[in-house]
Design a protein around this ligand. Structure first.
Ligand SMILES: [Zn+2]
Length: 122
């Protein structure tokens, strides 16, 4: 969990658009490893779909780069910074699933925003 001080630092990073610093932090790297271990280095979305995908079986399209696993925040860091270092908020995903999840999220957000803007009355 984040102390109040660390949470403030994290929010500052979000505001400054420097979340990459968070992803480089020792705390995140350590928790990321915990999440991977908990999920047995398998993509959890693929698992729900009855597939087993690990860093070794994930085949990127260009075949030059190795497959990789991502640790995804179920509730985004930007909107839920206090959950950034909470293991229960993390899920191991393969690169493909991570892209799908983020596309959906972006789609959902833009629709929501549009509707919100239409309903707005000044
Ligand atoms: Zn997957």
């Amino acid at each position: 969990m984040l102390s109040d001080l660390r949470l403030k630092e994290l929010i500052d990073l979000i505001i400054q658009g420097e979340l990459n610093k968070f992803y480089k932090s020792k705390e995140w790297q350590a928790l990321r490893q915990k999440a991977l271990k908990r999920d047995k280095h398998e993509c959890q979305r693929c698992k729900r779909l009855g597939r087993v995908t690990t860093a070794n079986t994930d085949q990127p399209r260009d075949h030059k780069r190795k497959g990789s696993l991502h640790v995804h925040h179920l509730k985004e860091v930007k909107t839920h910074p206090h959950l950034a270092l909470t293991l229960d908020n993390l899920e191991t995903l393969c690169r493909t699933c991570h892209n799908v999840v983020h596309d959906r999220l972006a789609d959902h957000m833009s629709k929501k925003k549009k509707r919100f803007m239409n309903e707005e009355r000044w």
